[in-house]
Ligand binder design. Structure first.
Ligand SMILES: *[C@@H]1O[C@H](CO)[C@@H](O)[C@H](O)[C@H]1NC(C)=O
Ligand SMILES: *[C@@H]1O[C@H](CO)[C@@H](O)[C@H](O)[C@H]1NC(C)=O
Ligand SMILES: *[C@@H]1O[C@H](CO)[C@@H](O)[C@H](O)[C@H]1NC(C)=O
Ligand SMILES: *[C@@H]1O[C@H](CO)[C@@H](O)[C@H](O)[C@H]1NC(C)=O
Ligand SMILES: *[C@@H]1O[C@H](CO)[C@@H](O)[C@H](O)[C@H]1NC(C)=O
Ligand SMILES: *[C@@H]1O[C@H](CO)[C@@H](O)[C@H](O)[C@H]1NC(C)=O
Ligand SMILES: *[C@@H]1O[C@H](CO)[C@@H](O)[C@H](O)[C@H]1NC(C)=O
Ligand SMILES: *[C@@H]1O[C@H](CO)[C@@H](O)[C@H](O)[C@H]1NC(C)=O
Ligand SMILES: *[C@@H]1O[C@H](CO)[C@@H](O)[C@H](O)[C@H]1NC(C)=O
Ligand SMILES: *[C@@H]1O[C@H](CO)[C@@H](O)[C@H](O)[C@H]1NC(C)=O
Ligand SMILES: *[C@@H]1O[C@H](CO)[C@@H](O)[C@H](O)[C@H]1NC(C)=O
Length: 445
């Protein structure tokens, strides 16, 4: 099985040249990635840095504000990749890159890196004068392994996935890998819909990503449940596919019978014609600089916009069940705050909510939590969570307490190896899809 996985991954890279995953049978992880960057006349450089993924920490030294930044060469089985916000220091551990070597036979830049199982995001940084990739002037995705969609922004990275090797590793993330059987893989595509006021990608037109389960189209008249999953701050409609590889996660769960075939919609709440800043009030600075009142107002505006333009387009174009029991909404970080706007103000349009690392949430006692005035809050399914080392961990716990005070039941999942990063959201969404979505509501812990 592992051999098949490796072949599938190698076949995904361009004609043998470019980045490849190789089973080594030796430590530290049992697998290495040969990163190969072939420059052209415009990307020729005198040095190239490989960066994009945070270095590693171990549970003994990690905290909400500290990571040790062990390199992949120093990896041990209890370590995990850990991204901490540069706001908290730890830039070296979070943002260090690895110098690539020039191969004067081939003209390529190369570096071989041992990595454990999971999804790794990376880019190449030519002529960067520091070892810290966030400071570099130029960031290039891997020409041999392009992202699914070329969206603008600082999160445009290539992704490579590695299989688990039980001889060297403990944590198995094979649930993220593509299904071997290509015919059982769903279809990911990106679309544009009319959204008056939108400023991107064109005036009055907005982007959305769609995943259709592999059986879609086989049965006439069959309708499917739909899950909307939102991006976070600085993100886009591509994130759930490119950074989380969620289509592979869904393919595997559907194939295993753990998840009903489900349509996934990934909207983008940026560039709808109004900005977060326009809604800033600075009235309730509950957690650091977070303006809860302003964010609520902004995300209620996004909610109205999606109900006016996104949902009707989706419902017109896809065979979606017209029943709240088959509609769900989720999101991460600021997208978790959008999910709260849906939960509080579209409560019974959806039956299930997945709130990941919400930043920020209204404080306990806020009238929005009042389940006497909004009894539907006690009837929907809610799964909430964050990373154990996530900057939003305290906010996530606080909003759970706010639910509990109102006797609103929920399930939760906290990633024990997670910070504020995609590996955390991959894990929470995996638990959400596998254990609770489309099961009886409300969910209990
Ligand atoms: C060189 O590669 C870069 C990115 O990898 C690409 O944007 C550019 O179009 C290429 N230039 C030529 C001349 O092929
Ligand atoms: C890059 O620059 C080196 C040194 O000037 C040159 O030898 C090489 O041919 C260039 N490579 C490309 C792809 O332009
Ligand atoms: C090419 O690389 C080899 C091995 O590192 C080195 O010995 C040789 O001098 C290099 N040749 C050029 C032209 O840089
Ligand atoms: C970015 O470019 C400027 C101007 O060429 C240069 O001075 C600076 O060192 C570059 N920064 C990095 C991190 O490479
Ligand atoms: C995937 O969906 C797109 C857009 O709906 C369609 O054009 C394409 O043919 C589909 N691909 C496969 C393999 O079914
Ligand atoms: C699909 O629905 C239409 C309209 O309700 C019905 O006439 C038709 O028989 C259905 N087809 C199948 C295959 O169930
Ligand atoms: C909120 O604070 C920001 C940053 O200090 C400021 O630019 C903005 O004008 C303030 N907004 C209001 C409504 O006071
Ligand atoms: C969906 O269901 C609602 C309420 O049951 C109904 O009013 C509406 O017309 C239905 N929409 C479609 C497209 O069938
Ligand atoms: C729900 O949305 C309306 C209209 O946008 C807004 O006035 C109201 O404050 C929102 N309610 C909550 C609980 O967010
Ligand atoms: C919730 O709303 C009810 C009915 O409006 C009110 O009696 C109760 O005091 C509210 N609870 C809180 C905690 O504000
Ligand atoms: C929550 O449940 C407890 C125990 O049944 C009850 O005492 C309390 O009044 C309930 N609180 C609300 C807000 O309904």
């Amino acid at each position: 099985m592992h051999i098949l996985v490796v072949l599938a991954l190698i076949a995904a890279s361009a004609e043998g040249k470019g980045t490849t995953v190789r089973k080594t049978g030796t430590g530290p992880t049992g697998y290495e990635v040969d990163f190969v960057f072939t420059p052209n006349s415009t990307t020729n450089a005198s040095s190239v840095l490989l960066g994009g993924f945070p270095f590693f920490s171990d549970p003994l030294h990690a905290s909400l504000v500290k990571t040790d930044g062990y390199t992949p060469y120093e990896w041990r089985a209890d370590m995990f990749s850990m991204r901490l916000s540069p706001d908290y220091g730890n830039e070296a551990g979070t943002l260090s890159g690895l110098a690539m070597q020039y191969n004067n036979q081939t003209g390529d830049w190369e570096v071989t890196v041992p990595l454990p199982s999971g999804t790794w995001l990376y880019a190449y940084y030519p002529d960067c004068t520091t070892g810290n990739w966030r400071d570099c002037n130029v960031s290039l995705v891997d020409p041999s392994n392009l992202p699914l969609e070329a969206f603008p922004g600082d999160q445009l990275l290539s992704a490579i996935q590695l299989p688990f090797d039980g001889e060297f590793q403990v944590q198995n993330y094979d649930w993220q890998l593509p299904l071997e059987d290509v015919s059982k893989r769903g279809n990911v595509s990106f679309h544009q819909y009319a959204s008056p006021g939108s400023t991107s990608p064109y005036p009055d037109v907005h982007d959305v990503g769609i995943y259709l389960p592999s059986e879609y189209g086989l049965y006439s008249n069959k309708t499917y449940p739909v899950l909307y999953l939102s991006n976070g701050g600085q993100g886009s409609d591509s994130d759930w596919f490119q950074q989380a590889q969620i289509h592979h996660i869904m393919d595997r769960l559907i194939d295993a019978g753990a998840l009903e075939p489900t349509i996934l919609v990934t909207p983008d709440w940026y560039n709808l014609g109004f900005t977060l800043e326009e809604y800033e009030t600075n009235a309730t600075l509950q957690a650091e600089y977070l303006d809860v009142v302003g964010y609520d107002r902004f995300f209620n505006k996004v909610r109205e916009n999606f109900f006016s333009y996104l949902m009707p387009w989706v419902e017109d174009h896809y065979a979606i069940a017209n029943d709240s029991s088959q509609r769900a909404f989720g999101g991460l970080a600021l997208g978790g705050t959008l999910t709260l706007a849906m939960l509080f103000n579209a409560t019974d349009y959806f039956s299930s909510y997945c709130v990941m690392s919400p930043t920020p949430a209204p404080a306990a006692g806020d009238s929005q939590y009042n389940a006497t005035t909004n009894p539907a809050l006690r009837q929907v399914g809610i799964l909430t969570g964050a990373g154990f080392y996530d900057t939003t961990f305290p906010a996530a716990r606080d909003w759970e307490v706010a639910l509990a005070v109102e006797n609103v039941t929920y399930a939760s999942h906290y990633s024990m190896t997670g910070a504020h990063e995609w590996s955390t959201w991959q894990e929470i969404v995996y638990v959400y899809l596998r254990d609770v979505l489309w099961r009886p509501v409300p969910y209990s812990a």
